[in-house]
Design a protein around this ligand. Structure first.
Ligand SMILES: [Zn+2]
Length: 216
């Protein structure tokens, strides 16, 4: 398995290291995966992103458990498996603990549609209730938070973003952090965001259709 990792491995490593360099996955947090011939390929547990090589990545079936031996997948493999099982439109998944979005997640605060770029996420970004990391409960919570969306905040935890490609999932995760920073800036200035209405949001979502059709 690990010695026949297909080409997406290099792309997963590039995205992981870019997230790390941008400070979006502090202290080895987060994980990245994409679909592969045998299911999906995911970053391993406990390996610093800068040291990752394709052989460290772990391939898992969408329905099933990791092998008893060999490299250990990220502790959040259940969350990735559950999303791939339920979302045919997800070709890749990026999970971060990006600081500003995580700050909102720790306040139980989702992100309202105050900027048109939120259309990348498919609309307002929900904040889901807390569930313990690595559990089936968190996996189910993430799937619910992503209903009709490409991103959700995981309460007291972080962000999960999906896309029709690894690049798209990466772009969504980065944009969630941008939006969180803008929202926090408004909140700390005591400003009330003026929200885009549903019609305008639908128009922008349509203009972003090259990000792949969202499963609703
Ligand atoms: Zn996490």
């Amino acid at each position: 398995m690990s010695n026949t990792v297909p080409r997406p491995g290099a792309a997963i490593i590039a995205v992981s290291q870019s997230l790390d360099a941008a400070g979006l996955v502090p202290n080895k947090s987060g994980n990245v995966s994409c679909r592969s011939a045998g299911g999906f390929l995911i970053t391993p547990a406990g390996v610093p992103y800068r040291d990752l090589v394709p052989g460290d990545l772990v391939e898992l079936p969408v329905t099933g458990k990791p092998a008893a031996s060999g490299p250990r997948p990220s502790s959040e493999w259940r969350m990735h498996a559950a999303i791939y099982a339920r979302r045919p439109d997800a070709a890749a998944i990026v999970h971060t603990h990006s600081p500003r979005a995580t700050a909102l997640a720790c306040a139980g605060r989702g992100i309202p549609p105050f900027h048109y770029m939120i259309a990348l996420a498919g609309g307002d970004i929900r904040c889901m209730p807390y569930a313990t990391f690595g559990t089936a409960e968190l996996a189910a919570t993430a799937v619910r938070g992503l209903e009709g969306r490409r991103a959700t905040l995981l309460g007291n935890h972080g962000v999960i973003a999906i896309g029709g490609s690894l690049e798209d999932a990466h772009a969504v995760a980065v944009e969630v952090e941008n939006l969180a920073g803008e929202y926090l800036a408004m909140l700390s200035a005591g400003l009330e965001p003026q929200l885009l209405d549903d019609d305008e949001l639908a128009r922008v979502i349509d203009k972003f259709s090259d990000y792949g059709r969202l499963k609703r």
